[in-house]
Design a protein. Structure first.
Length: 685
């Protein structure tokens, strides 16, 4: 679908933590390259994003830190907004779902669906905290895991054993809010009948795929959802952080975050329109059927953008004259890993965008990520590759070409564009490739194949270097000055071509290239004219400056080292690998034993021989504690015995068990003893 008007959304990042490089490679860099490319095609582009600021994880962060949910989202909204700015994202607006404008927008959908009888009400039983007077979201209920007996399992999952749970599965459930025992109470919720839209959704996806070529990974996620059959989804929750619901009986509930978050694209567009002073201009994008709407996401968001959101827009469109456009395509990337492993905040594995951009400029990162986008399968960020792509490609190919051409023009052509005379076959072959490059790269960008598009652009830069080398202007300047001037004229033209084509990927590098040519930033439909010879003879050039900096080995080593150390530490045997299960532990029969008699073992200065009583049973035990205890110290004391240890012979004496002792300073041993009076034979757990 070739359209003059393009609406682009990038998944709303969740305002409960900083974004990392994996997020950039998922939804953000691709959407930004697409938006910048479409603007250069002269299309009317609206590119929106913003913070997703509702949901239970945010209230949990707030509780943990003793601050309000608003304070949590204020912090991460500001941080992520700043990180995106530093990464040169060209959003037309970066909005947020805590704005009243968004609340009104989301509510209007809910009220409309309710009034038109689309939603159904169902009554369910949920845990309720009577002290706090509130229903408890799954994560607010804790208790003993029915699988592993961990006492701190959450209502949705046990972190100890990884089992997925329902709150009602927990043994001895307790409220995370008051600590009290929650009770079951009935509560009513509104449901969106997703199942009713399944057939239309299947047709919608098939049609758009045929028109715009959906990605295979996205289609296969959708197919698996359709195969399972779409289920009704609750649109309300018992919570007090979120979009309030203006319906009777729903005063203490809010919209379920999935329902309001996808509508964030609509309210962000309204927010943009208000900032422009043209509050209705958002409608040109959302209500004009000729708009092409492309929603960029990461693979974890497919169901919401390919199924839930289109179904909501269909439901709205069924009852209104003004129709919302549905996504024409939902390009979702797979995940980016970091140095061979998944990004993990808790393990400190990975790097936040802000930290990264304090140390390196945005363009080398954008360039490297664009070459390593997880377009079809998961891919990896490696520090070494980042350095190599910067030094061996961005610097050695593009930077070098620009530098040698401009310094030559300044040294030998008076700092102006020299005249062009008759073209030879090498010139014509080059110009043919220059003419084709925007077409080929543009086609890849239209197909969301950014890696291939960038490869095409860099191949042109390689070709440009070869042309410069083969033409040997440093020789022809003496032998055939006209030829030399023609070579430099064409080489300078090519810098302009490359500056335009690379600008969606490396916008500030492109800006420096244009400045060195003493040209304005490309506007209008510059892309389509990128292959033309636009530089006039005698046009004055700007000053040559390096466009890319080398990244040195020691700089990269410093970044990489902490992860290499961590990896080595984790590869050696770890407590995690030597964990035993609760069942393993239960095999050990630990008992309290009372010492009845005790004496030294002859000729063994470390050993004591003890007679101990368990429940109605006496045993002989040999223990290596003679250097720490006198035999007389121990009679009458209670110790802890491993009672089912296989009997062993020590110095000819049978030992029926082992006494537990702690290792203290200087090799001394301290016996483990019950803290108060305990019956012999009592089991120790
Ligand atoms: Zn468990």
């Amino acid at each position: 679908m070739d359209s003059a008007r393009i609406l682009i959304s990038a998944a709303l990042p969740y305002a409960n933590g900083p974004i990392h490089l994996g997020h950039l490679a998922g939804a953000y860099l691709p959407s930004d390259m697409y938006a910048r490319y479409q603007r250069l095609k002269g299309r009317d582009v609206l590119f929106v994003c913003g913070s997703d600021e509702h949901g239970v994880p945010i209230t949990i962060s707030a509780d943990r830190e003793g601050i309000t949910p608003q304070q949590v989202v204020d912090r991460y909204h500001a941080q992520n907004h700043e990180a995106f700015r530093a990464f040169d994202m060209s959003f037309d607006t970066y909005s947020r779902t805590s704005l009243p404008l968004h609340h009104e927008t989301a509510r209007s959908f809910l009220v409309d669906f309710h009034e038109r009888g689309i939603l159904t009400e169902k009554t369910e039983r949920h845990f309720y905290d009577e002290k706090a007077e509130m229903f408890l979201p799954d994560r607010y209920v804790e208790g003993t895991c029915p699988v592993c007996s961990s006492e701190n399992a959450r209502g949705d999952q046990c972190e100890q054993c990884g089992s997925y749970l329902n709150p009602s599965d927990l043994i001895n459930p307790r409220s995370k809010i008051s600590g009290g025992k929650p009770v079951f109470r009935e509560t009513a919720h509104l449901y969106f009948p997703l199942g009713k839209y399944q057939k239309r959704l299947e047709e919608y996806i098939a049609e758009r795929d045929k028109r715009d070529g959906w990605k295979e990974n996205v289609l296969s996620y959708c197919r698996s959802w359709f195969q399972e059959g779409l289920q009704d989804r609750a649109v309300t929750r018992d919570l007090d952080w979120g979009v309030r619901i203006p319906l009777k009986g729903y005063e203490k509930k809010v919209l379920y975050v999935w329902f309001d978050a996808v509508l964030g694209y609509v309210s962000a567009s309204k927010d943009w329109a208000q900032q422009q002073g043209k509050p209705h201009s958002w409608k040109h994008f959302w209500h004009d059927p000729s708009t092409k709407y492309v929603a960029f996401i990461g693979k974890d968001n497919v169901v919401f953008h390919c199924i839930v959101f289109p179904a909501m827009l269909m439901a709205w469109n069924d009852g209104h004259r003004e129709q919302f456009v549905l996504p024409e395509n939902v390009p979702a990337n797979e995940f980016l890993n970091f140095e061979g492993q998944k990004f993990s905040k808790s393990r400190g594995w990975g790097i936040d965008v802000q930290d990264f951009l304090e140390r390196f400029p945005a363009d080398p990162l954008r360039y490297y990520l664009a070459t390593a986008l997880p377009e079809y399968r998961d891919s990896d960020f490696y520090w070494k590759d980042f350095q190599a792509r910067n030094n061996n490609e961005l610097l050695a190919i593009l930077g070098n070409y620009v530098h040698r051409t401009l310094t030559f023009a300044h040294a030998r052509c008076g700092g102006v564009v020299p005249p062009r005379s008759a073209l030879n076959e090498h010139d014509r072959a080059l110009l043919e490739e220059v003419r084709k490059a925007p077409v080929t790269a543009g086609r890849y960008f239209e197909e969301y194949r950014f890696r291939d598009g960038l490869l095409e652009i860099m191949n042109l830069a390689r070709r440009a270097n070869k042309y410069f080398n083969d033409s040997e202007p440093w020789k022809s300047i003496e032998a055939d000055p006209e030829r030399c001037m023609t070579t430099i004229n064409l080489s300078l033209q090519l810098i302009r071509t490359l500056a335009i084509l690379i600008s969606p990927v490396c916008p500030s590098t492109s800006g420096r290239m244009m400045a060195m040519l003493n040209l304005e930033a490309p506007g209008g439909n510059a892309w389509d004219h990128a292959g033309e010879l636009k530089l006039q003879e005698q046009h004055t050039l700007g000053t040559p400056t390096p466009i890319v900096s080398r990244i040195e080995d020691d700089v990269i080593e410093k970044e990489r080292e902490p992860f290499a150390v961590k990896e080595a530490a984790e590869a050696s045997p770890q407590p995690e690998d030597s964990h035993i299960s609760i069942d393993d532990f239960k095999k050990i029969d630990l008992r309290v034993a009372r010492v009845i008699a005790c004496e030294k073992v002859e000729d063994a200065k470390k050993l004591l021989k003890l007679l101990v009583r368990l429940d109605g049973e006496e045993r002989q035990v040999v223990a290596g504690i003679a250097e720490s205890y006198d035999p007389t110290d121990l009679v009458g004391k209670s110790v802890v015995l491993v009672a089912n240890l296989k009997p062993a012979k020590i110095r000819g004496l049978v030992s029926q068990g082992m006494i537990l002792a702690a290792a203290a300073d200087g090799g001394r041993l301290v016996l483990v003893m019950p803290e108060s009076e305990t019956d012999p034979g009592a089991s120790v757990r």
